[in-house]
Design a protein around this ligand. Structure first.
Ligand code: PGA
Length: 250
């Protein structure tokens, strides 16, 4: 059975009180389904609230949105991976387009974060995706391949732990979604990249992100290439999020 991941990226929304209110509403109607997991990426200050309220739900996992690659030290404002782990995080987003394009995160930095996460046994969810001008220039696959290059140094066992989120930059927060067939083509390319490095196709986990909502979720996750979704805006509303995670496959 295909295992799906429904991941909520709360970005800079929902502090501890907001997270508690969200989860109280969401968990009330939440039923575990055998073919899926629900992941939350709250703000670092809401991590504890989310971890404690979701304890006892084995299908729910919690991660952080960003980490620094040094384990500790004089790095004001940064979040160390051992601390995130101690706080209950099992995963971290890496290379989200907002990190790349607003905060200037480079491929080299993204690579350092992936390596450090794997060393500390947290799951990296590596986000990749092209900007609109790159898509229009026919460079989508070249951009994605360059961004995947940060994984080059890792062996198949390590690569199988990495989750990829393909998020075309032009679809994030814009209301424009890649069609399932646009996304599917890029996902197949990513799956091939992993297969060339020894990861069996069924072991590669490749999510789609960018304006996912209740109206388009079913078509996306019914596509054989799409192993789940990373959702921003629609994951902030407990009703919309319940609809998304409860969607039936075609
Ligand atoms: P969106 O964001 O669902 O609001 O487009 C997705 C993301 O940035 O991960």
């Amino acid at each position: 059975m295909k295992q799906l991941i429904f991941a909520a990226n709360w970005k800079m929304h929902l502090g501890p009180d907001g997270a508690r209110a969200f989860l109280t509403a969401f968990l009330e109607g939440h039923r575990r389904l055998p073919d899926r997991e629900v992941w939350f990426f709250p703000s670092a200050v809401a991590l504890e609230a989310v971890v404690s309220l979701t304890r006892g739900h084995p299908d729910i996992r919690v991660g952080v949105q960003n980490v620094y690659w040094e384990p500790k030290g004089a790095f004001t404002g940064e979040l160390g991976i051992p601390m995130a782990r101690e706080g209950g995080a099992e995963a971290s987003l890496v290379g989200h387009s907002e990190r790349r394009h607003i905060f200037g995160e480079t491929d080299a930095e993204t690579g350092n974060k992936v390596r450090a996460l794997l060393e500390h046994e947290l799951i990296p969810m590596l986000c990749v995706g092209e900007k609109i001008d790159e898509r229009e220039a026919g460079e989508t696959l070249a951009v994605v391949e360059r961004q995947l290059g940060v994984l080059q140094q890792h062996d198949a066992a390590a690569l199988a732990k990495v989750v990829i989120a393909y998020e075309p930059v032009w679809a994030i927060g814009t209301g424009k979604t890649a069609t399932p067939s646009d996304a599917s083509q890029v996902h197949a390319f990513i799956r091939g990249w992993f297969a060339d490095r020894g990861v069996a196709p069924q072991d590669a986990r490749i999510l789609y992100g960018g304006s996912v909502k209740p109206a388009n979720i079913q078509a996306l996750v019914s596509d054989a290439e799409i192993d789940g979704v990373l959702v921003g805006g629609a994951s902030l509303d407990p009703g919309a999020w319940s609809e998304i995670v409860g969607t039936k496959l075609d």
